[in-house]
Write a protein of this length. Structure first.
Length: 199
């Protein structure tokens, strides 16, 4: 039976695989980091490789967290600190991938995959809708992500107040906050359609 340390290393390795860089390079001979904001993530994979390559990159980025986390949680029965570390590992690996000289992506899709692995749809769907809603309201992506995470904490506390989920959430706040730090230095504003409605 694999130890928690081996599961942590496996989850870290899965998360570190720069799929959103590899797929556009393989199928479109494009470097994801040459598009948009230069982030090696799924959004720029769509720009670099087109919709099919981008969709494949997105689904694989989600799966590389959902698969090891879900297996460790549901099949191996890990809980407590071992599961906190295992659930944080894919996000950490993606954000600081050794395959990209520790300059990884912003880890939003991987964080979403982690919630699938831990709760199936219970927290993953709210997390997805919250990001979409806040991005529709706020014009700075980093602030939209942080506000979505704050709102997700409220849902966790009211619906699934398990210490494990709260600890995983805290780890994601730290990692995603760091990866979005440039955005967080900007002042957020309401989207124009909302600003016009407040006049």
């Amino acid at each position: 039976m694999p130890t928690p340390l081996l599961w942590f290393l496996l989850a870290l390795f899965c998360g570190s695989l720069p799929i959103s860089v590899w797929l556009p390079r393989l199928f479109a001979r494009q470097d994801t980091r040459a598009f948009g904001d230069g982030n090696p993530g799924a959004t720029n994979a769509f720009r670099a490789g087109g919709p099919l390559v981008g969709l494949a990159a997105l689904l694989l980025d989600v799966s590389k967290a959902a698969a090891p986390v879900g297996w460790a949680y549901f099949n191996m029965g890990y809980r407590g600190w071992p599961m906190i570390l295992i659930a944080t590992a894919p996000v950490l690996g993606h954000a600081f991938s050794p395959f990209l000289r520790f300059q990884g992506g912003k880890a939003l899709a991987v964080a979403f995959g982690t919630w699938i692995g831990l709760t199936l749809w219970k927290l993953s769907l709210p997390a997805l809708f919250l990001v979409l809603i806040w991005r529709r309201i706020i014009d700075v992506d980093g602030w939209a992500v942080m506000l979505a995470l704050v709102t997700l904490l409220v849902i966790i506390l009211l619906w699934l107040p398990e210490p494990l989920f709260i600890a995983v959430w805290a780890g994601q706040v730290l990692i995603l906050g760091w990866k979005h730090r440039d955005d967080l230095r900007q002042k957020p504003h309401l989207r124009p359609w909302l600003a016009r409605g407040n006049r």
